[in-house]
Ligand binder design. Structure first.
Ligand code: XCC
Length: 638
């Protein structure tokens, strides 16, 4: 007899995840999808952004019957203030991560940490760009650079950010100055923005949205920029690498550690220690074939990008997937330790860990779970902390092997192959080390344009990753190259889309370019924080062509946006003047003023606009129209 669960809808596109999903439901667990269903119907007023819970006279919900909150705030103010709060959280989180990296870099520079700098050349180049004496020893530069970043994050005057001043495209800077968007540092901007979110302070929805645009710049010009640079300096600049993706990578015979989140330095150090003869021997002695560390979500993207060489090559087990799948990784029953260093670690991981025998450890002071051990990464104690985690992992493996009652939902052993490690530099290497060759192919229309398909996956679209897949296929079919980042890139990888074979699914012209230069039509830049690198590429194209970023035949898309860092990145993209496709729509439909400001008025402010479209084919249509119009503006097409 066929049970109801045997025919559950395929919520995960990849078969491995679908099979584990079916199993966990039979075992009485819930996942993001079931919890989403249990929440239906969701509140229509909140969905429009029209509810406010800031003060004790609330909560207020705006309707035709009650068009004003108790304080007198109308729907426009409430919608704008709610959105600004999300942008502030996202900007804070990216700058928090940046601050952590600067602290690590400083500890390395001061000789207080065993972690090593893998790309001193990049550190030198960056210091040179900042006008520092770059001939000093790397460790000295590390301290100078880290101090510079920490100062920029924290400075409390309205003095423009130095990185924005030095590295933004001139035409953009003019626009930002004209529009009052030339932002101070994140500390300054966040204090101002959160104060404006307070009850009865800024009662102007347009001012609130301008504040969000300023946050978008503070998000980029210390946060994202600093993260990408310092991660490259510490972990090494990514090189092209072939790796494996999805839960099928998990090997029952090895000691298995998953590192989940966005801050890969600690995980990378653990891998280096795990590669030592001492830990390899300890693992074998426990009956394991070895030790593997797997990446999960954006953390995996970053680890995969640097896994092509060095001691960690043998230890990195693969990139498992996106945030919607993370409970399922534990539900395999094959995970000894699950490390959590930042978003996105869902609260139910503890229930999963208890049921399937995994030890959870949080490794950053921001991540806390009741009854879960915390080993907050301290660069000065990196060796001891890594060793203690490896010892625990080996002990956990012994318990797993001895436990014949353990629930195991082992996936079939097959990861999907993918290529990762793209950056502005590696893409250009494929094009004969010349940005002019790339631009030439754009001019000829062989590459009609490029779109960053980035950010999270979302359960609203029926299947996690479905919109990402459909939009990506539509774009490459139209000769538009796709740059993936974040959980969107995980979707590409899980679905075998980050491969050269995908050229066969591209339009004729793009296919010919892919085959000539041996490059796939969908390239992954890595984590959602690598949006900073994508903007590097955008700026490099604008500098070389001699146009503004808003005139490039490019666009950004967040086809399955989920959380607040994505909102901050959306404002960064809008400040850059890019057409920015967002789905599902943020909760703004309750305000015509805010919706019009973001989707229409923005064109006359930054040159960009938000495109709200849930249908991936229609979104691709509109993106293509935008790209074709910009090609005319910069005279690529007459
Ligand atoms: Fe979380 Fe980066 Fe979003 Fe994925 S992409 S759902 S933030 S893990 Ni960043």
């Amino acid at each position: 007899m066929q049970t109801k669960l045997a025919v559950i809808k395929k919520r995960h596109q990849d078969t491995q995840s679908h099979n584990i999903h079916q199993a966990v439901l039979r075992q009485g667990m819930s996942t993001v999808f079931e919890r989403f269903e249990a929440q239906q119907p969701q509140c229509g007023t909140c969905n429009k952004g029209l509810s406010c819970q800031l003060c004790s006279d609330g909560p207020c919900r705006i309707s035709a019957k009650a068009p004003l909150g108790v304080c007198g705030a109308n729907g426009d103010v409430i919608v704008a203030r709610n959105l600004l709060q999300l942008a502030a959280i996202g900007t804070a989180a990216n700058n928090y991560q940046c601050r952590n990296l600067a602290t690590i870099l400083k500890a390395i520079g001061e000789g207080k940490s065993p972690v090593e700098i893998k790309d001193p050349g990049k550190l030198q180049r960056m210091c040179q760009g900042l006008g520092m004496d770059h001939t000093k020893p790397a460790k000295e530069l590390a301290v100078l650079f880290a101090d510079f970043i920490l100062r920029e994050i924290g400075k409390q005057t309205n003095e423009p950010m130095i990185l924005m001043d030095l590295f933004a495209v001139d035409k953009r800077k003019e626009v930002w100055k004209e529009q009052g968007l030339y932002a101070g540092g994140p500390g300054y901007e966040l204090l101002g923005a959160l104060t404006k979110c307070m009850t009865n302070v800024s009662n102007d929805p347009v001012d609130l949205m301008k504040t969000a645009l300023r946050l978008g710049l503070a998000n980029e010009y210390v946060g994202l920029w600093g993260i990408t640079v310092m991660q490259d300096v510490i972990l090494g600049t990514p090189q092209l690498v072939t790796a494996e993706s999805n839960a099928g990578c998990l090997d029952a015979g090895t000691v298995n550690i998953i590192s989940n989140g966005h801050q890969p330095v600690f995980a990378s150090h653990i891998m280096e220690k795990a590669a030592s003869p001492e830990f390899q021997a300890a693992a074998r002695e426990a009956g394991a074939k070895g030790i593997k560390l797997y990446g999960s979500l954006c953390e995996g993207q970053q680890l995969m990008n640097v896994s092509g060489s060095g001691a960690t090559k043998e230890i990195f087990g693969g990139q498992l997937g996106n945030w919607i799948q993370e409970e399922l990784f534990i539900a395999t029953g094959l995970v000894d330790i699950f490390l959590m260093d930042m978003n996105c670690s869902v609260p139910t991981l503890k229930t999963y860990a208890d049921k399937y025998g995994t030890m959870l450890i949080s490794t950053d002071p921001a991540v806390r779970f009741p009854d879960v051990e915390a080993v907050d990464f301290d660069p000065a104690r990196a060796d001891q902390q890594a060793e203690s985690i490896l010892q625990s992992a080996i002990a956990q493996f012994r318990t797993r092997k001895a436990d014949n009652k353990r629930v195991v939902n082992a996936p079939a052993k097959s990861g999907t192959a993918c290529i990762a490690g793209y950056t502005t530099e590696t893409v250009l290497t494929m094009f004969g080390n010349s940005i002019y060759t790339y631009i030439d192919e754009m001019k000829k229309g062989n590459i009609k344009g490029a779109v960053a398909v980035a950010g999270c996956t979302n359960v609203r679209h029926d299947q996690g990753g479905k919109s990402i897949e459909r939009l990506t296929l539509e774009l490459i079919k139209r000769d538009i190259m796709v740059i993936g980042a974040g959980c969107a890139a995980s979707t590409h990888q899980n679905l075998c889309m980050s491969t050269k074979e995908m050229a066969k699914k591209a339009g004729k012209k793009l296919r010919s370019v892919c085959e000539r230069y041996d490059v796939p039509p969908i390239v992954s830049y890595g984590s959602c924080t690598d949006v900073g690198k994508i903007l590097d590429t955008v700026a490099a194209l604008a500098w070389t062509i001699g146009c503004d970023t808003s005139q490039l035949p490019v666009a950004a898309s967040v086809p399955e946006y989920m959380e607040q860092k994505a909102i901050a990145d959306i404002f960064t993209s809008l400040a850059y003047g890019l057409l920015t496709h967002v789905s599902p729509a943020p909760m703004i439909s309750g305000s015509q003023v805010v919706t019009r400001y973001l989707t229409e008025d923005m064109i006359s402010i930054t040159g960009g606009r938000m495109l709200l479209q849930d249908d991936p084919v229609k979104a691709a249509d509109e993106i293509e129209v935008h790209i074709m119009a910009n090609r005319k503006i910069i005279k690529f097409d007459e």
